[in-house]
Write a protein that binds this ligand. Structure first.
Ligand SMILES: CC(C)(COP(=O)(O)OP(=O)(O)OC[C@H]1O[C@@H](n2cnc3c(N)ncnc32)[C@H](O)[C@@H]1OP(=O)(O)O)[C@@H](O)C(=O)NCCC(=O)NCCS
Length: 299
């Protein structure tokens, strides 16, 4: 018999919440310091809240709900996670209901969510009126298998740390507009972007590489490494005018070579299954599918 309690999540929970999230979500690259940073960096108008489910003092469930402040549409977002050994006891529903009530109180009309691909997760989402919109393919590669290549004439490969963050922001903002998804991530201010990506404690600005042409970064790949060596290339993007020249392949390759130098043995990446160009780049680098997650919307 579970002795369960659902309560507001607190910053003291972030360590156990990270462990829980990293075990529930396939290949998640998360850290306690990253969760803390994201909580501190969320703007007030995100209204972000957390809930924790405890069984006899042990954290067995975690959920969050907020306004998606990176999109001009300002949809709500919620996500609930329950430890495998504590499932089928109503915890997912209890956590989801806390999230839904919070977002309803904020007057949100569209709610987005992410689930694992497990049947039970899909059933719960469907039962709460969510519609499956996108599938995210998780792929992985051992970066030690990647051969370095030199850049063609006129292209410099540079670590992000050596570049002007404002120019990187402009590049990222343009590329983000073309990432497939239910809503566009089209409204991130420079200051917020600095917090969310540039100053994220797991971002490795020395290992992440950009291609620079005429003093302008035109393509980049962003590497995040959590304590323990779990790593992910979070975002790769090329300015529209520079696509189709092999630049994404070049920067992602250079970033993976740097990851191998850091001792990383598996780098994951997450892509919408309709993102043809990005999946092709990954295929060229030897990434193999290792999992998937699903995204949902209501209505
Ligand atoms: C994905 C992206 C980074 C690719 O940048 P790029 O510099 O044009 O990439 P490259 O030139 O190195 O390689 C593109 C590959 O995709 C292929 N390609 C192009 N359009 C394609 C399509 N519609 N379907 C399948 N493959 C396609 C190209 O032929 C090339 O493969 P090849 O070298 O085997 O011929 C760029 O399109 C972009 O910035 N998109 C928006 C941001 C994004 O979605 N990032 C990924 C988020 S997870």
């Amino acid at each position: 018999m579970l002795r369960i309690m659902v309560r507001e999540g607190r910053s003291e929970d972030f360590g156990s919440a990270t462990e829980l999230l990293n075990s529930v979500w396939p290949h998640r690259v998360g850290s306690e310091r990253g969760l803390r940073h994201a909580a501190d960096a969320a703007p007030a108008n995100a209204h972000r809240r957390y809930w924790a489910a405890e069984d006899d003092g042990k954290l067995v469930g975690w959920a969050t709900a907020a306004i998606e402040y990176q999109s001009a549409e300002r949809p709500g977002f919620l996500e609930a996670s329950v430890a495998p050994e504590s499932r089928k006891a109503g915890l997912g529903t209890a956590l989801l209901e806390r999230c839904e009530a919070h977002l309803a109180g904020l007057g949100v009309t569209t709610v987005l969510s992410t689930t694992t691909a497990e049947e039970a997760s899909q059933k719960l989402a469907t039962a709460h009126g969510f519609r499956h919109t996108n599938t995210t393919r998780i792929s992985g590669v051992d970066p030690r298998t990647i051969e370095p290549r030199s850049a063609p004439p006129g292209v410099d490969l540079r670590p992000l740390a050596s570049l002007n963050p404002r120019k990187m922001y402009e590049l990222d903002a343009e590329a983000m507009l073309d990432v497939p998804g239910e809503v566009a991530m089209d409204d991130v201010s420079f200051e917020q972007w600095l917090e969310d990506y540039w100053r994220h404690p797991d971002t490795d600005l020395d290992a992440s590489v950009a291609a620079v042409i005429d003093d302008r970064p035109v393509a980049f790949s962003h590497l995040r490494i959590a304590p323990g060596g779990r790593a992910v290339t979070d975002m790769t993007g090329t300015l529209r005018d520079y696509r189709g020249r092999g630049l994404a392949l070049l920067v992602k390759r250079a970033t993976l070579v740097n990851a191998a130098k850091r001792g990383v043995e598996l780098v994951s990446t997450e892509n919408d299954e309709t993102n043809g160009p990005m999946l092709r780049v990954n295929e060229n680098l030897g990434y193999r599918p290792i999992g998937s997650t699903l995204t949902w919307s209501r209505p």
